[in-house]
Design a protein around this ligand. Structure first.
Ligand SMILES: *[C@@H]1O[C@H](CO)[C@@H](O)[C@H](O)[C@H]1NC(C)=O
Ligand SMILES: *[C@@H]1O[C@H](CO)[C@@H](O)[C@H](O)[C@H]1NC(C)=O
Length: 315
């Protein structure tokens, strides 16, 4: 046992493997224009604290997301490759935004289902890769066994712990699981597949998701395939007082927003713009195709954030 963990420790340091839920986006800052994350978005709620710890053995070690900081900075990583960045609100169990480089040349190649979870939201020491439900549970099981977390306590059970740290497949009620980083914005199949994670989706009205938002995502691709060398995209949500369920596990955003910045091959900005739409079946007041500056002004009001809220570092 000792030999094994020593071996894996030295292997880990040899490979330079670091946790992907970190206190910043340093490992995936290339997903942002000029390597600069969105600034001034300090709206995440604190990580929920398990209310019932009576009789629990070893809670500090065994409870999911124990004293974890919210938001979580996720460098989305699949099969040891980074794909994009997500700012994750642990209390609302939704991403506040995902930032990515869009593949303007690729052919949309949407793989099937949203299957992945982020084991490091449960315990920081678990695998830094996205994992499906089976893999995530097996990570938690291993952790429980190694740390004396007896699964006869409900709070230590695999599904409970996973669901404490992030939204589960069956937590979306009548809503669609709306992508922030759009699968269709990637030509490379692996990059599209990496968007299929529960930390990249939020409850979205089905009419909006399949209607105007989908059209906007497609149009973005057509419009920008001309002249752009690189395309940086940030897609976010505006949290609301509405939740999918009574227990207030998963928040229903009031709006979805998007901003893009396209550059020439020297990184010089060529075009930029954005969109904002209410998360409802009606899109009466939706602004599709607005300037980034106008979008930021409206969002400062909706999100109650200050003038230091900026999506791009000057695009
Ligand atoms: C876990 O708890 C149950 C019930 O208290 C007990 O029967 C079992 O032996 C415990 N398992 C371990 C591995 O300690
Ligand atoms: C936004 O509007 C401008 C000016 O009308 C147009 O050139 C551009 O293609 C539009 N962009 C999108 C994404 O619709």
């Amino acid at each position: 046992m000792v030999t094994l963990s020593l071996l894996s420790l030295s292997l880990l340091s040899l490979l330079g493997v670091r946790g992907e839920v970190a206190s910043n986006f340093d490992n995936c800052k290339v997903s942002f224009f000029k390597n600069t994350p969105v600034s001034g978005l300090n709206i995440a709620l604190p990580t929920p604290v398990e209310p019932n710890t009576q009789g629990l053995k070893n809670p500090a070690q065994c409870l999911s997301a124990y004293k974890a900081v919210s938001p979580a900075y996720i460098c989305q990583r699949n099969s040891n490759q980074y794909y994009f960045a997500t700012l994750y609100d642990r209390a609302r169990r939704i991403p506040l935004y995902s930032a990515y480089e869009m593949d303007i040349k690729g052919v949309p190649n949407r793989p099937g289902e949203i299957v992945y979870y982020e084991p490091q939201l449960v315990h920081p020491g678990l695998t830094p890769n996205q994992m499906n439900i089976k893999g995530s549970k097996s990570e938690i099981k291993k952790y429980n066994q190694n740390n004396g977390c007896n699964e006869s306590s409900t709070q230590y059970q695999q599904k409970y712990k996973l669901g404490w740290s992030q939204a589960l497949d069956d937590n979306f009620g009548k809503y669609d699981r709306g992508h922030l980083n759009a699968a269709g914005h990637h030509g490379n199949r692996d990059a599209a597949e990496a968007t299929m994670t529960h930390t990249n989706v939020a409850p979205q009205d089905g009419t909006m998701n399949k209607g105007p938002w989908n059209q906007y995502e497609k149009k973005l691709k057509d419009v920008l395939s001309v002249g752009c060398s690189k395309m940086y995209v940030v897609t976010g949500v505006v949290p609301s007082g509405t939740w999918v369920d009574q227990n207030q596990r998963v928040n229903v955003p009031s709006h979805y927003w998007n901003a893009y910045c396209c550059t020439d091959n020297n990184g010089k900005p060529l075009k930029s713009g954005g969109a904002l739409g209410p998360n409802t079946a009606q899109d009466g007041v939706t602004e599709y195709n607005t300037s980034v500056t106008a979008l930021e002004t409206v969002l400062r009001g909706l999100l109650s954030v200050g003038n230091n809220f900026n999506i791009f570092n000057g695009c």
